[in-house]
Write a protein that binds this ligand. Sequence first.
Ligand code: NAD
Length: 398
Amino acid sequence: ADFTVLCCGGGNAAQVATGLFAVRYKTIAVSFYSDEAAKWKAALGEDDFELTIPGGKVMKSKPHDITNDPSVAAQADVILLVVPSFAHGEYFEKFAPYMKPGTIVATMPARSGGDILFNTKLGDKAKDMIFCGFETLPWACRFTEWGRKATILGTKNNILAAVTPISATKMALGKLQGLLGVNPWIQESPNNLGISLRNPGMIVHPGVMYGRWGPESWDGKPKSESPLFYQGVDEFSAKILMEMTDEVQAVCREAEKLVAGLDLKDACTLKQWYLDCYDGQMSDTSSLMRCMNTNAAYDGLKHPCKEVDGAFMPDLNYRYLAEDVPTGLCFAKGLAEIIGIPTPTVDKVVVWAQGCIGLEIMVDGKMTGKDLDKTRAPQGMGITTLAEFLKQSKISAA
Ligand code: NAD
């Protein structure tokens, strides 16, 4: 049978990935979101999808189908999820009954704990499947005409990915590299726990939001303009970010101590992540704050705000909190609790953020809120001990 790839989602990233893969492979676009698949199919009609790549070349292709029918998973060799992470669980669940053994399921970006979510959603079936977590999306991209045309503005040179089970790494990353083309170069990361704890968005987004709009710095009054997000990081926000990243580092060191042979080298500090990913684009790398303030890639990016009577109020339900807290920070916090590492600053941010996004996650300093199952906290997936955590991560305590 033809090599078949499912491309899941219907936003910028999913449309771009569908257009790219369909040039060479049988590509089926799948969206379970509302009536998005039918709308996309109607928008494209009999025409080719047009993808403009850096340099201006236009690639034309046609997806084999655009559907909301999960049974197409039975045909899939590779399933790629290119949707915001809060939607991953729905795709895992709906595809599970149909997937054939050996299917590679990749998430880009993975955020945190996607491997464990996958294993818990698939149950017994998970042992025959291969999960791959990518640290980020390799393209900066936008659709230009919804459902019909899209543009890749830039492609990353390198991207980290980890495979569960680890034994399938070479095979899975080889196939995924073939799918993506020569760029980005997929770099093998030792395990998905490293990808989960590396997740820079779980620190940067909630941390900068807290620093600007949290109870320690904001009087609740509207601003005359939306503040700059990265360039506007001040000493106070930087202190919050440093404390959060240090707390996650303490979790990493304790995990390495408890699990012999566990390699979390890719779960670096936030500053190291900037040095790795934005080398040459920051005019001052003397501190984390200056890395963020002087990063050309972030020029002019503002806080998510809503205009009210000519003034600006923060959008505290934006995905910087609504996505990055549940599928990022909650994972790290949950693991910290399991292995007994105190995380006072992360706690402070989670407690503030849960009010903003209308979830109950922490109660009296513990991960026991009623909405834990809406997060990637291990506790929300029924995991409260290190042994169970390792089992569901398929990491053996060597
Ligand atoms: P997007 O906002 O365009 O994605 C929207 C899509 O998400 C929708 O079309 C739908 O398919 C799905 N969706 C939205 N709400 C949903 C819901 N309630 N239930 C189920 N599905 C829902 O996002 P994108 O630009 O395609 O990015 C995808 C991911 O990649 C995000 O996590 C984003 O942060 C990340 N990312 C994007 C870029 C980029 O350049 N576009 C760059 C880096 C990272």
